[in-house]
Design a binder for this molecule. Structure first.
Ligand code: MLT
Length: 212
């Protein structure tokens, strides 16, 4: 079943055996092809794994169900993050991204709803992903606390300060919880709302250079 999960895999031009793989996670209404432009902006030479979200909200593809904007079905977040972790494990085998000693680092990169599943994957499945970059993301677990210590995790949060879809209060909660769990957190707050700016891409590139 995992082999039939719609996705794109691009081996990339970076031939280093330890070169990171970008796990690209699209936003609501996006797909695994459209999100490749973000991968290209961050690192056009990187290997890319881009699966498609498996929830349809009136035809718009996303990663987990929500009750309303910013109000997530947290049980579904848990189920879908677990499925995504299984997919990543499958893809590691399928594409020779190697288990064990030679394991290539996989960095979850998401925008909007994709940022929220990237964060959920990182906090619920640190065995799968310890590095995550979240553009316009927010706290993905509602009023539940982070369930695991995250001593090896590093997270980059990039947000607009006036983003009604990812309110600063939720990003504050996310930062606080991540720090409490022992994760490394870098937070970039810019003016404006939901979206991705050129300055944020530069921050992402700088973070990537130190993280992986
Ligand atoms: C979400 O549902 O994850 C957020 O509200 C962002 C979005 O609109 O997708």
């Amino acid at each position: 079943e995992l082999s039939s999960w719609p996705h794109v895999y691009r081996p990339g031009l970076d031939a280093r055996r330890d070169a990171p793989v970008l796990l690209m996670l699209h936003g609501t209404g996006g797909n695994e092809r459209e999100i490749l432009s973000l991968a290209d902006a961050i690192d056009p030479e990187a290997a890319v794994l881009a699966p498609r979200g498996r929830v349809s909200e009136h035809g718009a593809t996303r990663w987990f169900r929500r009750i309303a904007e910013g109000q997530f079905d947290v049980d579904d977040v848990n189920v879908k993050a677990a499925e995504l972790a299984e997919f990543v494990a499958w893809a590691r085998q399928e594409y020779g991204l190697a288990p064990g000693m030679d394991a290539r680092p996989i960095i979850a990169v998401g925008f909007s709803n994709g940022a929220n599943i990237a964060l959920a994957l990182a906090v619920l499945h640190p065995e799968t992903v310890t590095l995550a970059m979240a553009f316009s993301g927010m706290y993905p677990l509602g009023n539940r606390e982070l369930p695991l210590p995250l001593p090896d995790s590093r997270v980059l949060l990039l947000n607009g300060e006036a983003d009604p879809m990812a309110p600063s209060s939720s990003v504050d909660q996310l930062e606080t919880e991540l720090l409490r769990a022992g994760a490394g957190v870098e937070r970039v707050a810019r003016s404006g709302g939901h979206g991705i700016t050129a300055e944020e891409i530069e921050k992402a590139q700088a973070w990537l250079a130190t993280a992986a």
